[in-house]
Design a protein around this ligand. Structure first.
Ligand code: ACO
Length: 189
């Protein structure tokens, strides 16, 4: 993983336009058609917004790469400090790399970072009950299901129920990456 870059525009747009069917059912409803929201020229505004939130310490926005190639995004968002020290995590990966453990590895890396360097105490993730791959990612990473939020988020054109998954730093033990390696699901290079 690495910080998002302005020059991700080309890869970001190409992959998201190609992967509309793979991504749209799980993403918040946006204004206008998918092709406009994911055009090359819509990335600079998104990059600027994410970067400005990151500079204020409210967000940790990353690009996921596989063998050096752009392969998705993972974001720690809505970072609240003080006595809550909480945030959410959200992610997507490009269709050619799915089912290879990429999202699970990205979640493990980013959550370990959030619980150590970023000093957070709790990370939560909300996911549609129909999104089996994402539920598997969270379960493999060690997240625990806390409940069901009814008609929680406007996704793909309607108010959708979402499960809430969460983890606190106490539950992360030696770290999510270390646990994946111990379970034989990942290895250090
Ligand atoms: N039915 C059952 N299991 C499935 C299916 C399916 N249709 N598709 C994938 N899986 C399994 C995989 O086999 C794998 O499990 P395994 O390791 O036990 O074999 C697991 O689901 C996926 O694990 P990863 O390989 O680590 O995840 P991947 O890199 O494929 O990414 C992701 C998963 C991010 C959900 C991807 O499919 C994607 O980008 N989907 C579209 C966007 C999206 O849904 N984002 C998540 C929104 S919710 C949130 O951000 C908290």
């Amino acid at each position: 993983m690495r910080p998002i870059r302005l020059r991700d525009a080309g890869d970001w747009s190409r992959i998201r336009l190609r992967d509309q069917e793979h991504l749209e059912p799980w993403e918040p409803t946006g204004p206008g058609p998918w092709r406009d929201r994911n055009s090359y020229w819509s990335w600079p505004a998104q990059w600027t917004a994410l970067r400005s939130l990151a500079r204020r310490g409210q967000c940790l926005p990353y690009t996921i790469t596989v063998d050096g190639e752009f392969a998705g995004q993972i974001t720690i968002g809505n970072v609240i400090r003080a006595s809550l020290r909480s945030a959410w995590v959200g992610y997507w990966v490009s269709s050619p790399v799915v089912k290879g453990g990429v999202a699970t590895a990205a979640v493990a890396l980013v959550v370990d970072h959030a619980f150590t360097s970023a000093g957070l105490h709790r990370i939560e993730a909300t996911v549609r009950p129909e999104n089996t791959p994402s539920i598997k990612v969270l379960t493999k990473a060690g997240f625990r299901q806390e409940g069901l939020f009814k008609r929680y988020l406007d996704v793909a054109g309607d108010w959708r129920d979402h499960y809430c998954y969460a983890m606190t730093v106490e539950e992360a033990g030696p770290g999510l990456v270390a646990r994946l390696v111990a379970a034989g699901r990942a290895e250090y290079l």
